[in-house]
Design a protein around this ligand. Sequence first.
Ligand SMILES: [Fe+2]
Ligand SMILES: [Fe+2]
Length: 192
Amino acid sequence: METCDQNNLKNLIKEFLTDQNCLRTYEHCISVGDYAYELGKEFLDEPYKARVAGYLHDISAIYPDDQRIDVAKKMGIELYQEELELPMIIHQKISKEIALNEFNVTDPAILSAIECHTTLKEEYSDLDLVVFIADKIKWDRKGEPPYLNQLMVALDISLEEAAYCYIDYLLNHDIQVIHPWLREAYLKLKHH
Ligand SMILES: [Fe+2]
Ligand SMILES: [Fe+2]
């Protein structure tokens, strides 16, 4: 995908999200995509894929948490018990469906990175890791993430180390529900 296509994608995403009053999500998506691209230049053969995945990763923000179970069911998405308990987590799977159906993203590697950007998964790729980490560094809240320094130190070692560092932080802090993909990714990273 050439630069002009990516600008076009950016405009389409902006239109899509501003129509739904999600301008803040748009800014977060662009910031994650651009950062993922920079990170991707170090670790990936095709860093543009990280940018596309980042741009679209939270596109499902148009659906509030209380609609996510219904929306997922209508889209034919299978849900875990953990996702019924905490519908916020479903947004990664809904974003993947929107990327595929509304933005015609068909590359399975990009779709995978969108689909697991919150929880990661056992069979993660480098692209999955890059987008996962970029989303944690350029988080969607105010100020700096409390884990940022640790995460950057870990990132100097490897993508796996950084992902492990973040999940370890999460498990020791404010986690409400442990998604099965997160647990599996954590165990795999631990023994990496
Ligand atoms: Fe997200
Ligand atoms: Fe995000």
